[in-house]
Design a protein around this ligand. Structure first.
Ligand code: SF4
Length: 416
């Protein structure tokens, strides 16, 4: 092996090179040996090749052009990659049959602390509602390609805390303030039903603390426990919704759109207040048209007094999640998007966000001023540009949200 070959294998060591198919590995090696690419260039070629394969687009090797100078070669490769990445993609010929289902390992463990804290993705740089999140279960059994949970936990291990109920029972809260606590961040709130007595413990917690707005956020249709038992009035059930196209191709193992809406309808029929999160809204060919169909279905299926909230948000990535996605060797178009810096994270350009959020909000005119609408984890400026109103601070946002939710749930709002 010559000196550069040795160098090449050192270059690829810290890249997902070996997650590539054989043909791409061979191609990158051949070109690297020929052009003596630097570590940065090799890593870039690997990342571009991983992405093109994940997106099921033409690989670099099928559009490669040779030039006398490597700068030109890399420039052409980047131009091709960027042109594919930044155009609205289509899921029309996207083949999910090769999607590798991950085997789940479900364990019951003794956790030291109760997982209660600030929303893990909240940021002072964005307009945030100061949600408190309660980890009833750790990690999720659904497999949404864009989800940041995968970078927090060991993705294949679902952990139940054997002392969750005891810890919750012992939790002391200020009875003179209204709290908003959500259980849908570290895992799905309903997919496990009452496994390990989780829902029973949460119902008891809600009864003991009538000043807590307890939000179950879910992509599941597992509502058996809610239909069987009386649901405390301070529990809010919210479904994350998306178009059938995104659900089929990017939200693996989760309930279909129809099943989610049907479940929300059944729970609302029991008098439980519901809500809907459109997060992430994903850009692809014809996306506005497909989202509009979902918005219309909600307007036709629910009346505004049954619905406490509708929220909008979009894809926002941190580097560890992007790295994990590229190492997973699976099929997804979720990273095939134009990126812009969003407060240290990666997200769509503001122009696309204005388009999607304005379209979403304008699709719910009949519910304006009757249902609480908000943007989740977004730039301050986008609020007035898309919803026509904005909050000066996160505390103002939180207070108005809690006041509106309390009204809808028939609770007294305790100003804090
Ligand atoms: S707005 Fe979204 S990200 Fe921010 S705290 Fe609320 S739920 Fe979390």
């Amino acid at each position: 092996m010559n000196r550069y070959q040795e160098k090449f294998y050192l270059h690829v060591k810290n890249t997902p090179y070996y997650s590539l198919n054989d043909a791409d590995q061979e191609f990158i090696k051949t070109q690297s040996l020929h052009y003596r690419f630097s570590f940065q260039e090799v890593r870039e070629l690997v990342t571009m090749s991983i992405d093109l394969e994940m997106w099921q687009e033409q690989p670099l090797r099928s559009v490669w052009q040779d030039f006398s100078h490597k700068k030109k070669v890399m420039q052409r490769a980047r131009e091709y990659y960027e042109s594919i990445k930044n155009r609205p993609h289509s899921y029309e010929n996207f083949d999910m049959s090769a999607h590798a289902e991950q085997k789940l390992n479900i364990v019951t463990v003794e956790k030291e602390h109760l997982g209660l804290g600030m929303c893990p993705v909240a940021s002072p740089k964005t307009r945030c509602c100061n949600l408190l999140t309660l980890d009833a279960v750790e990690s999720c059994g659904f497999d949404c390609s864009y989800c940041s949970i995968q970078s927090f936990y060991n993705q294949n291990t679902i952990a139940f805390d054997m002392n969750f109920a005891k810890k919750l029972e012992a939790l002391e809260l200020d009875a003179n303030r209204t709290y908003h606590i959500g259980t849908g961040q570290a895992s799905d709130s309903l997919m496990w039903g009452n496994r390990e007595g989780v829902l029973e413990a949460l119902f008891a917690f809600a009864r003991k603390h009538p000043n807590v707005i307890l939000e179950f956020k879910t992509k599941s249709s597992n509502i058996a426990y809610l239909l069987e038992y009386e649901v405390p009035p301070n529990i809010l059930c919210t479904w994350s919704l998306n178009t059938p196209t995104v659900i089929t191709n990017e939200e693996h193992r989760s309930a279909s759109l129809h099943k989610r809406i049907e479940s929300a309808r059944a729970v609302a029929d029991k008098g439980v207040k519901v809500g809907f999160h459109f997060h992430p809204i994903v850009v692809y060919e014809n996306y506005l048209h497909e989202y509009e169909a979902v918005y219309k279905e909600l307007l036709n299926t629910f009346s505004p007094d049954e619905v406490a909230l509708v929220s909008f948000g979009t894809l926002t990535f941190i580097k560890p999640v992007m790295k994990q996605l590229r190492e997973r060797n699976f099929k997804s178009k979720i990273l095939q998007m134009p990126f812009e810096d969003a407060n240290g994270k990666y997200s769509y350009p503001l122009a696309l966000k204005r388009e999607m959020f304005r379209h979403a909000y304008e699709s719910f005119v009949p519910w304006h001023n009757k249902v609480f609408f908000y943007l989740c984890m977004e730039e301050h400026t986008l609020w007035s540009e898309t919803l026509g109103y904005a909050y000066a601070t996160n505390v103002d946002f939180e207070r108005d949200m809690l006041r509106r939710y309390s009204e809808k749930l028939g609770m007294e709002y305790l100003f804090n």
